[in-house]
Design a protein around this ligand. Structure first.
Ligand code: NDP
Length: 289
């Protein structure tokens, strides 16, 4: 502990707002771990879409975390692959294992398929023997998603009636929609799903869903859910199950991890602008030390 400095480089935010509220500082006090906590020296931090909802300023050289939340980096895997897929990979795995359990032969629709979670989902769905249909907003993103397991891609920016396109591929609808876009897609997702199918909402990149009348679900006996990884990795056993499953996928070469860019800590505002501006594909990392 003697080599731990008293202050560190960090990005903090004193108020909510746009990327401009993120402030780089070299004077942030290094946290002191409490009982049952460990101090982690961060080499990279992951930028996740959820950071833009809260702008918590969670990027720093050191973090104090509960010791039972720490997972040992497995040997034989590249640091970038593990860091670039850790949260998103466990998210994708929990969605296909528990939120809706994907079965061989299923047809599944994933929005924002070229995003960080999306590129991992495509590969996992293909591995499970499902036919993955994805949506994305540019041709480049559609091409990239096809290289990551998607059998079909729909550009939902150019084709506003993307539901009709889904129905051309799956006339009865899909078994499940994984929707992290929210406001602009939630209604179409309910249309795209087949009778007795599931719609799993797990993010709001375009804004939150409006209040929904539950009676609409009776039209096709649709199941819906709002899922979050954090409720699937509450116990130590659950955390180890999903992290080990992810490491197995990486070790078996079943997951290509796409790092969009590694940003400097001083460039965190630009990273948020790129993510919210829909200019990224894959994982954004921040070099913290
Ligand atoms: P992404 O890399 O997927 O970025 C978000 C993507 O959403 C964009 O690239 C864009 O893709 C699409 N999008 C559609 N409409 C908009 C809009 N109006 N503004 C901005 N983006 C839009 O991010 P992540 O991989 O980090 O996260 C994906 C989603 O998963 C997020 O909603 C996130 O909150 C959620 N998530 C949820 C977790 C959970 O536990 N529930 C855990 C981790 C992530 P395109 O241009 O192709 O439309």
């Amino acid at each position: 502990m003697s080599s731990v400095p008293s202050t560190m480089k960090a990005v903090v935010c004193d108020k909510t707002g746009g990327p401009e509220v993120l402030r780089y500082t070299e004077d942030q006090t290094v946290p002191k771990p409490g009982e049952s906590e460990v101090l982690v020296k961060n080499k990279y931090g992951g930028i996740n879409y959820i950071d833009t909802y809260f702008r918590t300023g969670s990027y720093a050289e050191y973090t104090s975390v509960s010791a039972d939340r720490v997972v040992k980096l497995p040997s034989g895997l590249s640091e970038e692959d593990v860091l670039g897929s850790f949260l998103m990979g466990m998210t994708a795995l929990s969605l296909v294992k528990e939120a809706y359990e994907v079965k061989k032969g299923d047809t599944i629709l994933v929005h924002a398929a070229a995003g960080g979670v999306g590129l991992l989902m495509g590969q996992i769905l293909k591995d499970l023997g499902a036919t993955a249909i994805g949506t994305a907003s540019t041709k480049d993103k559609c091409d990239r998603a096809k290289e990551h397991g998607y059998a079909h891609m729909i550009n939902y920016k150019d084709i506003p009636d993307w539901v009709a396109e889904v129905k051309k591929i799956a006339p009865e609808g899909v078994n499940c929609v994984y929707d992290s876009v929210g406001k602009t897609t939630w209604e179409g997702s309910l249309e795209a799903v087949k009778r007795k199918g599931s719609v799993i909402y797990f993010g709001n990149a375009s804004g939150p869903l409006p209040p929904m009348n539950i009676a609409v679900l009776a039209k096709k006996n649709t199941k819906i859910m709002r899922a979050t990884l954090m409720q699937y990795v509450v116990t130590r056993d659950e955390l180890e199950y999903y992290s080990n499953l992810l490491f197995d996928y990486l070790r078996d070469g079943k997951l290509k991890v796409n790092i969009h860019k590694v940003y400097d800590l001083t460039d965190v505002q630009q990273a948020h602008k790129d993510l919210e501006g829909r200019l990224t594909s894959g994982k954004l990392l921040i070099k913290t030390s």
